[in-house]
Design a protein. Sequence first.
Length: 278
Amino acid sequence: MAVSEKMRVAIQGYEGSFHHIVAERYFGEDITIVPCATFREVARQVESGESTYGVMAIENSIAGSILPNLGILHNSNLQVVGEYYLHIRQNLMALPGVRLEDIHEVHSHPMALLQCVDYLDQYKWKLVETEDTALSAKNIAQKKNHHAAAIAGYLAARLFGLEILAPDIHTIKNNCTRFLIIRPDHQTIDEQANKASLCFKADHEHGSLLRVLREMEDSSINMTKLQSSPIPSAPWHYMFHVDMEFDSMDDYNRVIERMRRACLELHVYGVYKKGESA
């Protein structure tokens, strides 16, 4: 009997990245990670069937929504089937046996370095910006650089044989990123679904947005997010991205039909079971 292949999950970034952590926590460790250079490549991998699922960061508790990724969802044949909230915990790691006094340089993505600036300011290390946190850890391990450390998530240390010298060195301790789980569209909806993500375009007239949103009144719908983004082909016109939670699928379906009649365009990204907020 042929051994079945592991499920392929596309992620943006490298093995050991925060996207990889989310993939393992959501699906388990018995998966094949498919690293992608860009989020568009993640979407292409999933749409083409080369990967069964994709993991895509969509929102950060500090930086807000990742608008380009909302655009990818809007313009692709993808369906959101789940979400995961991850605390972003940055760790200083180096080769086994390396001490803090041995370090001359710290390598990581510019955002990770910025997130850890209060800790890094204690030392006179040279800060080296790289394209990815996990890649920084991998390069230090491969080059056996005993005078450099990386800032990355715990999985990078595990995968590349590094030791964590200082855990949780990020300044803001409640930094959290929300990730979406995507797969090709036209799949069945989870019977336990209680959340939906969608976008709509309203008439460019006075009160048009309010008319659409009022369709949620007298229902179990709780709108948890409303985000506008410009429509490149129509200056000063906007798409509105909505997350909503609900108790009843029947109630959700009724509200969606009313919203469709009240707006020019409506695109449901997915209906799924909400994740636990971190």
